[in-house]
Design a protein around this ligand. Structure first.
Ligand code: SF4
Length: 66
């Protein structure tokens, strides 16, 4: 599963990493370090990745349809 983190919509709430720390990482300012690009969700982390995605108040994280 791939996910995309939107550069403009990510405003640094940090919730994604709180719910899915093995999928999303934050920089020192609380923004998703992968904003503006796509990530591959590690095997077995799909459920937590979806939780993290849904927790984002800006809807900055979306699933990349393959
Ligand atoms: S929860 Fe959303 S806005 Fe906050 S850091 Fe994660 S992607 Fe960005």
């Amino acid at each position: 599963m791939r996910m995309k983190i939107d550069d403009e919509n990510c405003t640094g709430h940090g919730r994604c990493a709180k719910y899915a720390p093995n999928v999303f990482r934050l920089d020192d300012d609380g923004y998703n370090v992968d904003r503006g690009s796509e990530i591959e969700v590690p095997a077995g982390e799909e459920k937590t990745a979806l939780l993290g995605m849904k927790s984002c108040p800006e809807r900055a994280i979306t699933i990349v349809e393959e």
